[in-house]
Design a protein around this ligand. Structure first.
Ligand code: RTP
Ligand code: MG
Length: 143
């Protein structure tokens, strides 16, 4: 398995619940290293740009409104098979379908307020990391 980087966002619902630490703990226990992180309040333009792939979908406006409803924690996770590993930790998009013990099963309220975002493939990971971080903002962790 190759070492990969993926973009993760702790969404406004999970930040509001004070769950950043518990979610970071799951990343770290799974062997994912945090190599960049920033708390931020997304603007409407940023949220629309980030989720542009969904702009024709019926849930787009609700998704954007939710993503700007409070601060988010954005991070780059690095590790073996990081993209799929993070998606596995997150669980299914709809928390009602998320496997027990996944982040969404434990912290998500609904399909809209679903606690976390994670890149879904190598191309989206690259694009989403570049959306939030300049290359020099991503740390090398060799130890
Ligand atoms: P994310 O991009 O946030 O990591 O979530 P995901 O890959 O699991 O799901 P995706 O299909 O990319 O959808 C992005 C977000 O849109 C909301 N959604 N609502 N009402 C609906 O049918 C519906 N489908 C998707 C979710 O909040 C999802 O996280
Ligand atoms: Mg997605």
């Amino acid at each position: 398995m190759a070492v990969e980087q993926t973009l993760s966002i702790i969404k406004p619902d999970a930040v509001a619940k004070n769950a950043i630490g518990e979610i970071y703990s799951r990343f770290e226990k799974a062997g994912l290293r945090i190599v960049a992180a920033r708390m931020m309040q997304l603007s409407r333009e940023q949220a629309e740009g980030f989720y542009a792939v969904h702009k024709e979908r019926p849930f787009f406006n609700d998704l954007v409104s939710f993503m700007i409803s409070g601060p988010v924690m954005v991070q780059v996770l690095e590790g073996e098979d990081a993209i799929a590993k993070n998606r596995g930790l997150m669980g299914a998009t709809n928390p009602k379908e998320a496997a027990p013990g996944t982040i969404r099963a434990d912290f998500a309220e609904s399909i809209d307020a679903n606690a976390v975002h994670g890149s879904d493939g190598a191309d989206t990971a690259r694009e989403e990391i570049a959306f939030f971080f300049r290359p020099e903002e991503i740390c090398k962790r060799t130890l």
